[in-house]
Design a protein around this ligand. Structure first.
Ligand code: ADP
Ligand code: MG
Ligand code: MG
Length: 898
């Protein structure tokens, strides 16, 4: 018989798949002997069964009833007991926490009778009626589907009628009246009565949690975060404890370290005389946790001790929720806390220093994505803009954008390509689309644990919250700064999430400290905590990784920078830029040449220029491999635009003038070379085979550069890479020419020059015939951009803007195959080519030089596919080093970081 319910005493953190994150951690705390109100968890399996079949699995409610009885026995109270009712909370909790799931319902078990009992046993009538009011409202909205604004309106009307500013001033009698009003609202709206049976309340709340798994917001979030749709959520049923019983009670949220910076020391917010949900909602202003030390030193001391227990046990930053009921501390939740990229690096280094984790675990807990974020520029502090307002630095980084005041507007403007800053008093889950669309989130209320702060940190989005000197008027779409400045919708602001400052206008950006350190290369000194932590993570990654990391660089300057970033060579040097600029004239001459002699003249003029470029790059990368790709793009790309030429000629003719002869010649050439599908046309190796002398010129320039470097005492390691090969015979023809030219160069220079010759694998046919191609290739380099285009049969430039968003929305792929390698298709071709290439030539060097070489997920794939190196743009080199290191770890037990 399947089992669907587990008591908190029966579970543990290793059961998160079954009990959800919240449930498994509640069980873990219970196991550790921490004071957790007792309760039980309905499993994700129960949820899946309900969602799949539309009905409850047999035996489910009997099982629940059994656990309920235990709970009643343990607490000496019965659910619905009129004189002393047991009250419960119903809390959703999936494997991964996600917005859009049903909100927690507190105080289940109150009805028209037991509310009086609660008043009596608590000695606090107002408290009892307030609890009942909350239950009716929460169940009414979340379970029965009543529009929340109807309840709010009723509350406002009552406050007006009573002439009081807020709910705190409503007394027990008022609240009792409100309960009646709320119940009537429910009846009017749904035709149903508010359920008076506590068991019915419980049952409906549980089913509503299950149903919320398929809510729209939850689905949107899962798609964005690549979380499977079939996991289901667990439901936790727990005995209530009360933080709103007076000034000796309260609720709070705390982190064992600062989740924004990773700094040591307790961090948190506390709200006296409040239930937990009041803290996060930002309804009243919280006090810092240190204040609790004064208010209730005993509870504070116990809290500290429990937090230390948790951090040592989880060996990570923990995020907790607690409630104090009349001086008794209760732990209501814990989890490994979300953190910023900066905090992730600092924590890894610190926890390793403290002996809680190993260096490898530290490496597993940071990410290339996080490192990339730390390399982003910061605001230039030397240029002080006008400070509009200050708030809590909730999620670091620098962002500039136009002010918008609601989610829909943020989405609208972002879709038009505008950068926006979303400004709200506080955010709710409804603001999620706008938060995703915005560069930064700014709120006037709430602390580091407010919804805005937590969600923004999770998304790596800049956030300043609690900027309470700003008066935000969302209705009028504007806010007012303390100095009277009015920020209308569309006004450009700069938000500094690291310092918590908001500036008027666009403040200029400068390199981050991490970037400055990386830019300094081997001479770089780690000056701050985060820079030191990054340096250590990179050092560890370099020590454990098997993949080498090269850079894609076309100029000596790029090569120098790449080397400073730790590149171990150049995996792709595109020679085409060497044909641009002032050299274009020479290229035109080559293309237009009517005779062999004319073409040779043009090529001869290009040769010394190419040689100089090669010499510079080989010098910058002395001792390291430099893979030079022969000319790849179609020749017409080097000629002027066809339409421009036609217009020039037509204009001259219209004026009755003789059109420029050169223009006419160019136009004819462009016309001759016009291709319907240039991507699939005369380019790559095909060009080398049909334009006489082109390959020879490039190889001679390279050979001479190598000879020159050797003569100068250098250690040049040039490799010649032939693009777009589909058949070994193409490669063989080019290779013969390369060998002939290099022999000539060796003869004339008196220096023996040899270069390995290899090919790009960027056509499916190349991958599928890799065994043959390897007969003539000393290395392979996967050109995954073209390989993705040719495998899918779409050209990146044409389709990305056109239908990718529809494909992403409709789930054809979870992420663009140009960003993250498509393992099933393109990856399969990679696998075949690796296997068959190495079967022919066991010492074949294999790398990748497409943009995927710098994408974290793809790097992991290339590691497992057995490649020797990845090559990416210089700025991605540190990211690739880090991820190559992480790929080499056995990540089996690093699940904590999720
Ligand atoms: P979320 O997933 O949104 O954090 P929770 O299930 O943690 O939702 O509940 C929301 C709030 O209700 C939290 O502040 C929590 O501390 C409080 N809460 C939940 N269960 C109880 C309980 N049994 N007693 C008192 N407060 C509770
Ligand atoms: Mg919670
Ligand atoms: Mg290509």
């Amino acid at each position: 018989m399947a089992r669907y319910v587990y008591d908190f005493t029966e579970g543990g953190r290793d059961m998160a798949g079954l009990l959800g994150g919240k449930g498994s951690n509640l069980a873990e705390m219970t196991r550790l002997g921490l004071p957790v109100p007792p309760g039980f968890t309905l499993t994700t399996e129960a949820c899946r069964s309900v969602l799949d079949t539309g009905g409850e699995p047999p035996g489910l409610w009997e099982e629940v009833a059994g656990h309920l009885t235990d709970l009643e026995t343990g607490s000496g109270r019965l659910l619905g007991q009129p004189d002393n009712p047991l009250l419960l909370s119903v809390r959703s909790g999936a494997r991964f926490s996600m917005p859009g799931m049903m909100e927690t319902i507190l105080d289940i078990g109150l009805d028209d009778d037991s509310v009086h009992g609660l008043a009596k046993v608590s000695g606090n009538e107002r408290f009892a009626w307030d609890s009942y009011r909350r239950l009716v409202q929460m169940l009414g909205t979340t379970v029965m589907g009543v529009d929340p604004s109807l309840f709010e309106r009723a509350l406002t009307q009552l406050k007006e009628a009573r002439g009081v500013p807020d709910d705190v001033h409503l007394d027990a009698e008022d609240l009792a009246r409100l309960v009646e009003t709320y119940k009537n609202v429910i009846h009017q709206e749904t035709g149903e009565r508010f359920p008076q049976s506590p068991v019915e309340q419980l049952r409906r709340a549980v089913l509503a949690v299950f149903a919320s798994w398929n809510g729209e917001r939850a689905r949107l979030y899962r798609r964005r975060e690549h979380i499977a749709d079939d996991l289901g959520t667990a439901v936790n049923v727990q005995r209530m404890v009360f933080g709103n019983l007076g000034s000796d009670s309260g609720s709070g949220v705390a982190f064992t370290r600062d989740p924004a910076t990773g700094a040591r020391g307790l961090y948190g917010d506390y709200l006296p005389n409040a239930q937990g949900e009041d803290v996060v909602a930002g309804i009243r202003n919280t006090v810092p946790l240190t204040e609790l030390k004064r208010l209730d030193p005993g509870a504070y001391g116990r809290l500290r001790a429990h937090m230390e227990t948790l951090e040592r046990h989880y060996r990570d930053l923990c995020d907790i929720e607690f409630t104090i009921e009349r001086g008794t501390l209760w732990m209501l939740q814990t989890r490994v806390g979300k953190r910023t990229a900066e905090a992730a690096f600092v924590l890894s280094a610190d926890l390793a220093d403290e002996g809680l984790i190993t260096a490898d675990e530290g490496l597993a807990r940071v990410s290339g994505e996080g490192l990339a974020r730390l390399m982003f520029p910061r605001f230039d502090t030397a240029v002080t803009g006008d400070v509009l307002a200050r708030g809590v630095p909730a999620s670091p980084g620098a962002a500039v954008g136009a002010a918008v005041f609601d989610s829909a507007e943020a989405v609208r403007r972002a879709a038009d390509g505008e950068r926006v800053v979303l400004i709200r008093q506080e955010t709710t889950p409804d603001d999620l689309p706008g938060m995703i669309a915005a560069q930064a989130v700014l709120t006037s209320r709430g602390g580091k644990t407010s919804h805005a702060a937590v969600v923004a940190r999770g998304m790596g989005k800049v956030c300043v919250c609690g900027a309470d000197e700003l008066t935000v008027d969302t209705g009028a779409r504007r806010c007012t700064a303390p100095d009277g400045t009015i920020v209308e919708e569309g006004t450009v602001l700069s938000v500094d999430g690291t310092a918590g400052t908001v500036y008027a206008g666009a403040v200029p950006l400068v390199d981050s400290a991490v970037m400055r350190y990386l830019e300094a290369g081997a001479g770089g000194r780690a000056t701050t905590g985060v820079v030191d932590a990054v340096a250590r993570a990179l050092a560890r990654a370099d020590a454990v990784r098997r993949l080498e990391v090269r850079a894609n660089a076309d100029t000596p300057q790029d090569a120098v920078r790449a080397r400073r970033f730790g590149a171990q060579g150049i995996g792709l040097c595109r020679t085409e830029h060497m044909f641009l600029g002032e050299r274009r004239k020479l290229v035109e001459e080559m293309i237009l040449a009517g005779t062999d002699a004319g073409r040779e003249r043009a090529l001869a003029a290009l040769l010394p220029l190419q040689r100089e470029d090669f010499t510079g790059i080989l010098e910058a990368m002395d001792g390291l491999p430099v893979t030079i790709r022969l000319l790849d793009p179609p020749l017409h790309e080097f000629l002027p635009d066809r339409a421009d030429l036609a217009v020039r000629i037509a204009t001259a003719e219209a004026r009755g003038e003789e059109p420029d002869a050169h223009d006419a010649e160019l136009l004819a050439a462009v016309g001759r070379m016009h291709e319907e599908n240039p991507m699939l046309g005369l380019r790559g190796v095909r060009l080398g085979l049909v334009v006489p002398g082109l390959v020879a010129m490039q190889v001679r320039a390279l050979g001479e550069a190598v000879a020159q470097r050797l003569a100068a005492g250098g250690a040049p390691r040039a490799e010649i890479m032939v693009p777009l090969v589909g058949d070994v015979r193409e490669l063989r023809l080019v290779r013969e020419e390369v060998e002939r030219v290099l022999a000539e160069v060796s003869d004339t220079s008196g220096v023996p020059v040899t270069c390995p010759v290899g090919t790009m694998i960027e056509l499916p046919r190349a991958a599928l015939t890799a065994g043959r191609i390897a007969e003539d290739a000393e290395f392979f380099s996967f050109g995954t951009n073209d390989l993705t285009q040719t495998t899918w049969g779409f050209s990146r430039d044409d389709v990305e803007a056109e239908f990718f968003s529809a494909y992403l929305d409709r789930g054809v792929f979870p992420v663009s195959p140009f960003e993250t390698l498509d393992r099933d298709g393109v990856g399969r071709l990679v696998g075949i080519a690796v296997e068959e290439g190495r079967a022919t030539r066991p010492d074949l060097t294999i790398g990748v030089c497409g943009e995927h070489g710098g994408d974290p997920d793809s790097v992991h794939f290339f590691h497992s596919a057995g490649l020797d190196y990845v090559s990416c743009s210089p700025f991605r080199v540190p990211v690739a080093r880090l991820e190559a290191g992480r790929a080499a770890l056995d990540l089996a037990d690093a699940g904590d970081s999720r």
